[in-house]
Design a protein around this ligand. Structure first.
Ligand SMILES: NC(=O)c1ccc[n+]([C@@H]2O[C@H](COP(=O)([O-])OP(=O)(O)OC[C@H]3O[C@@H](n4cnc5c(N)ncnc54)[C@H](O)[C@@H]3O)[C@@H](O)[C@H]2O)c1
Length: 337
C-alpha cells in the first residue's frame, strides 16, 4: 500500500516506519523535525535497507501538504505528527491547538484533495482524564484534564465528523497508553530534547550518569508499593498495532476507537528495579510529594484491540528495559551524540 506517515521521524513514527518498510509498503514521511532528528530516518534506512520519500514540512502548511499528497496518492495516512508534552501544553495552549488541531484539519483537507479516505490517528489515554473506573475501556467517558488531552479529544471528534460525511471513509483512533522501549537493533529509540517528561528516558539518563537521581512523585498512593501505576507498552508492539489497524481498515468502513496498552500496570518502583536489572546499574532516586494532576493508576482494557484487530502487546517490561538500555548504551546522547 501507499502510506503517508506524518511524524515519521519521531519516537513512535520511526518504529512504525520500520514495520511498514519491512512489510513492503511505499511510504511518504511528512515531518518538520520540530521534535526529532533526520538521523532517525537514516537509521531506519540502515535497519530496513529500504528507501522512502520525505517531505520536510509543517503539517499546518496546507498548500504544500495538498500538493504532496495529490502527487503521492496515499491509500492511507497514519497521523503521528504533533506536540505531546502535557506541561508545555498548559503553558502554550495556542501552539498546541494550532499544531495538533489545525494541523489535523489541514491534513484531512489534503487527504480530500488527494482522494485518500483512510486515516489512523495517534490518540492518547490522556483523553480519559481522571478514571471513573479501571481498567479504562473505550466506553469510559472522555474528559481530558489538560490542553494536550483536549487537543486529542477534539481531533478524534473532527475525524469522526469527517468520516461521517462519506460512507467510503474510515478511521482508527488509537489511544496509546505508555510506549516504552526501542527497536531490538538498538539503532532507534526515544530521544527527548531537554529534560525527559517520561519515566523510562529519565531512568536511562540516571543509568548513563547524565542525571544524578530520579524524582519519584508520591509513594503514598493506594497501589502495591505506594508509587503510581501505569500501563507500559513496548514500542514495537505499539507499531505492530498500526499494521493490524491498517489491515482492519482495508475491510471495514466507519470509525473505530481502540486502546493500545498491555492491559497490566507496573509501579514506578517496579520499573526502576526492572531497569536496574536490565542495565546492571543502580538507579538513585528520591521520593518527592505527589504532583497535581497525577492519578494513582492508569491501565488499559485492550480486549477490543485483542479481539477485533487480532493484536496483543506481549513484550515484557524486562524486554522494554533491555531494549532501551541497548539503544542508550550505543547512543548515550541520542541521535546527536
Ligand atoms: N510517546 C507517548 O507517550 C505518546 C502517548 C500517547 C500518544 N502519543 C502521540 O503519538 C504521536 C507521536 O508521539 P511520539 O512520542 O513519537 O512524539 P515525537 O515528538 O517523538 O514525534 C512527533 C513527530 O511529529 C513531528 N512534528 C511535530 N509538529 C509537527 C508539525 N507541525 N509538522 C510536521 N511534523 C511535526 C516531530 O518533529 C516529531 O518527529 C503524537 O501525536 C503523540 O501525541 C504519544
Amino acid at each position: 500500500m501507499r502510506v503517508c506517515l506524518t511524524g515519521g521521524a519521531g519516537y513512535i513514527g520511526s518504529h512504525i516506519l520500520v514495520g511498514l518498510l519491512e512489510d513492503g509498503h511505499d511510504v511518504l514521511v511528512v515531518d518538520n523535525f520540530a521534535n526529532s532528528s533526520p538521523k532517525s530516518l537514516d537509521q531506519v534506512r540502515i535497519i530496513t535497507r529500504s528507501s522512502f520519500e520525505v517531505l520536510d514540512q509543517d503539517i499546518c502548511n496546507s498548500g504544500v501538504l495538498s500538493e504532496a499528497l495529490s502527487s503521492f496518492r496515499p491509500d492511507i495516512v497514519i497521523h503521528c505528527a504533533g506536540l505531546k508534552a502535557v506541561g508545555e501544553s498548559q503553558e502554550q495552549p495556542l501552539r498546541y491547538y494550532r499544531t495538533n488541531v489545525e494541523g489535523s484539519i489541514s491534513l484531512l483537507e489534503a487527504m480530500d484533495q488527494a482522494g485518500c479516505q483512510r486515516i489512523i490517528f495517534s490518540s492518547s489515554a490522556t483523553v480519559y482524564g481522571t478514571p471513573r473506573y479501571l481498567p479504562y475501556d473505550e466506553a469510559h467517558p472522555v474528559a481530558p484534564v489538560n490542553v494536550y488531552g483536549r487537543t486529542k479529544a477534539m481531533i478524534e471528534d473532527i475525524i469522526t465528523d469527517w468520516a461521517a460525511t462519506d460512507p467510503g471513509r474510515s478511521a482508527a483512533l488509537l489511544r496509546y497508553f505508555n510506549p516504552v522501549g526501542a527497536h531490538e537493533s538498538g539503532e532507534i529509540g526515544e530521544d527527548p530534547k531537554g529534560i525527559p517528561n517520561n519515566l523510562v528516558p529519565y531512568i536511562a539518563d540516571v543509568a548513563t550518569g547524565m542525571r544524578t537521581e530520579l524524582s519519584i512523585f508520591g509513594n503514598d498512593y493506594d497501589t502495591r508499593d505506594g508509587t503510581g501505576v501505569r500501563d507500559y507498552i513496548h514500542i514495537t508492539d505499539l507499531a505492530d498495532g498500526h499494521i493490524a489497524a491498517m489491515a482492519f481498515l482495508e475491510g471495514n468502513q466507519g470509525v473505530e476507537t481502540f486502546n493500545l496498552g498491555a492491559g497490566e500496570g507496573s509501579s514506578v518502583l517496579e520499573v526502576v528495579k526492572a531497569f536496574s536489572r536490565a542495565s546492571n546499574q543502580s538507579i538513585s532516586y528520591v521520593i518527592k510529594p505527589r504532583r497535581d494532576g497525577d492519578v494513582s493508576e492508569s491501565v488499559a482494557n485492550s480486549s477490543k484491540a485483542n479481539d477485533v484487530l487480532a493484536w496483543k502487546a506481549d513484550r515484557t517490561l524486562e524486554a522494554m528495559c533491555a531494549d532501551v538500555w541497548r539503544w542508550r548504551s550505543r547512543y548515550p546522547r541520542g541521535f546527536d551524540g
